[in-house]
Ligand binder design. Sequence first.
Ligand SMILES: *[C@@H]1O[C@H](CO)[C@@H](O)[C@H](O)[C@H]1NC(C)=O
Ligand SMILES: *[C@@H]1O[C@H](CO)[C@@H](O)[C@H](O)[C@H]1NC(C)=O
Length: 994
Amino acid sequence: MSKLIATNLLLLFVCHLHLIVISHAFSDLEVLMFLKASLIGPGGAGLDDWDDSKTGGDGGGSLHCSFSGVTCDDNSRVTSLNITSVPLFGTIAPEIGLLDKLVNLSLVADNLTGPIPPEMSKLTSLRIVYLSHNDFKGVLNGELVMKMAELEVFDCYDNSLTGLLPTEFVKLPKLRTLNLGGNFFYGSIPEEYAEFQTLEILLLFGNGLSGRIPPGLGRLRNLQNLSLGYYNKYDGGIPPEFGSLSNLRHLDLGGCNLTGEIPATLGKLKQMDTLFLQENNLTGLLPVEFSGCICLMSFDVSLNNLTGEIPMEYSALKNLTLLNLFHNRFHGPVPSYVGDLPNLEVLQIWENEFTFELPENLGSNGRLKQLDISSNHITGMIPRDLCKGGKLEMLILMKNFLLGPIPEKLGECKSLIEFRAMRNFLNGTIPAGMFNLPSLDMIELTDNYLTGDLPQEIGNVKLGSLILSNNRITGNIPPAIGNLKELQTLSLDMNQLVGGMPEEISNLKKLSVLNLEGNGLTGEIPVFLSQCSKLTNLDLSRNNLHGVIPRELTTLQVLNALNLSRNQLTGEIPGELGLMNGLTSLDLSYNDFTGVRPTDGLLKFFPNRSFEGNPNLCPPHARICASASNSGHGSRSGLMTTTSKIVIALVALLTVLLIFACVWMKIRLRNFEKSRAWKLTPFQKLEFNTEDVLECLKEENIIGKGGAGIVYRGSMPAGVEVAIKRLIGHSAGQRDHGFTAEIQTLGKIRHRHIVRLLGYLCNKDTNLLLYEYMSNGSLGEILHGNKGAHLQWESRYRIAVEAAKGLCYLHHDCSPSIIHRDVKSNNILLDSDYEAHVADFGLAKFFHNNGASECMSSIAGSYGYIAPEYAYTLKIDQKSDVYSFGVVLLELITGRKPVGEFGEGVDIVMWVRNTMSELSKPSDAASVLAILDSRLTQYPLASAVNLFKIAMMCVEDESSARPTMRAVVHMLTSSPLQIAGAGAGAAEVQPNLL
Ligand SMILES: *[C@@H]1O[C@H](CO)[C@@H](O)[C@H](O)[C@H]1NC(C)=O
Ligand SMILES: *[C@@H]1O[C@H](CO)[C@@H](O)[C@H](O)[C@H]1NC(C)=O
């Protein structure tokens, strides 16, 4: 035994000796050359001037002191190595341990990887270590810093380091800054961190930390900046002890699962200028005591569950520049002193229950930049001085009860970029100046009571969207509208405009949507519209237009919807319309067209509905068409007077009548038979007919069966594939329950990530829904089948984002909003590029006639996806969809089915929670690794953690704690690797990092 120890000692001694020998054997020049060799990895570049070929290699010179990034002392020993933003891609060689005079080591944003070499522990002179924005990996061992008694700054922000937070830092007598943010550290914040003596900055945000935040941190009297949030997920709330951090200026606890109330003690932080508590589950009221934080500039408590009113006492917070209260349950007024805050720049209070009027003098401080009060119950007038200082950029007032006119002064607000005020009760005229603002990109004032004419003077400005639908605007469309060269959307529908369309519209070369529906426009359809070559959507319906459809219109290459219905248009319908390849929607109904209905090209696929209400239009292929011969009146001679001619004419007339009657009878009969059998309602141009569809309803074409129906695959003659869903348990013969109306609504929905409903086919007892065919089937089939391994991380994440966007559209952008009711992996379909499309939305409520067992699955989703509140309220809302979506995210992460794999009564959510609770060192990262689909070969941990975190928010038991789909999309798309971008708070921290 003792022999063994002796041998070990000897070995140790030899090693030690060896090192000493090395340190004497290599000059700093040689060490730097070692470093260079390993710093530059595969594909790396830079450090070109680190070149030792000019010396004899004696090592005594000072050549290396002139290398870029190198600083030496008088003895030519390296004291500082500072290499920033050089794409090196290599690692730090262990030889760095030989630069024992090094004081400053800054290797920032050099794309370095590998471990931080333990040999660095010998660099006992180090004062400053910056290793941020690289990809250093491995466990950060505290022994590394144990002997660095001089260390003042240690910053390894934004790397891939892991392990528990090292406690050794606490012993360093001079440490001022410790930044371990943006890594994968897990476990709790050590209680020992309360013992730091000199620490001023402690940044631990953006890791996988858990447990309670140690109250002892309240003892760090020198602390100025404390940031612990984002991606960390703590138990419990904010320690009231933080009220003792008397030097604290910046406290950022955003996005880290904090619960409970905001401690009133924080009101003692007299120096605090920034308090970020957004994106938590904080409840209760805003503490009145915060009125003591007189330095407070940025105050963000958005995205919590806070209630109550904004305390009157906050009038003392004269330095507030940012006040974010959105998405809570605040009520009461926005106090009038908010208007007096001299520095207020950002006020965002959307999605609350605020009432009363806005402070009359809001904005009169001359600094307001952003105001968003959407979705409250605010009434009164729009304050006059919002843009007094000429800084206002965003003014969003949607969905409130605002009255009165838009202040004239907003028409002088040159800084304004976005102005949205739809769904209010605004009246009066839109300030003329508004149409001349140089930065304005969007005006959206739909659904108000605005009156007056559009101004005759419109500047040559950037406006991209001008949306004034459903108001009471009168007068002509001014010719000056042609000055809006950047305009893409012009929606003036449902107003009281009169006169013709001015020729200047043809200057709008970027115009994509022109909607003038429901006005009193007169004149002919102008030929010059054909010069707006980017038009995709042209709606001139419900006006008083006359004349013919100009053939030139058919040169619009990208037009896909043309609505000219309900005018007094005449003449023949140009067959060239059928050659416009993009046209998917055409409505020419209720006009006065004559001649034979053309069937050129695509025209034969449009339904009769597109042409109905034209009494003088002959059906397609009519051999004899009275209106057509009438229209040829130019060649008619009035000189036929002889009886023979009269007789001939009479005979001819009789023959015509007879033939016409026959044709008419035949058509009637055919239509009658058809209507008795099947009725096809297309929602876009269909290149097939009823027979084509019915032919596909064969056993061998079945591609799926579910609670609500059987799905067939149909190959249509033109090579188009469709999915035909035959609904069970509901038929038009039974009471309709609004089914047809609902289908109509669904047919109108167009979104890239929603499966398009092409049409609807029904007869007395069958309903068939025709959908786009998705060649890769459902996410559920793929994920839970043997092809699941092909779906690697990147695809899964992309599918999550795409499906979220589809759902978000249904919830937030459709009017009325649509609840899916059956979100599950089997209802997320993948096209040939594996792009995700949400299917089967909004239907589940119509299937209450099914058997008892299917009752659950059809009314409110499928087993394993049902939100807990359904069990006791039997009600569902958007948040129930969010829950189901969370389950889908868990399926993507784990590759497991929502039920059936975890034992009796255990679903995927419970299983994940159980697994997490059994971890010895719980953290998001550890949880993810414990549940991650083993078929995933490569995945960025940060991305997996992000998806997991979002999934767990979605499956919160309390429906109000779940995010909205809009928030989900936001969280999914703000990249997890750019942790600094995760919230306003992190962005604020940035300047301190380097
Ligand atoms: C490193 O060099 C950059 C300029 O290249 C300088 O801005 C930065 O302050 C230096 N960092 C340290 C810690 O010396
Ligand atoms: C190198 O790192 C920087 C920041 O750390 C990053 O923005 C950049 O994309 C990386 N370059 C490559 C080629 O990976």
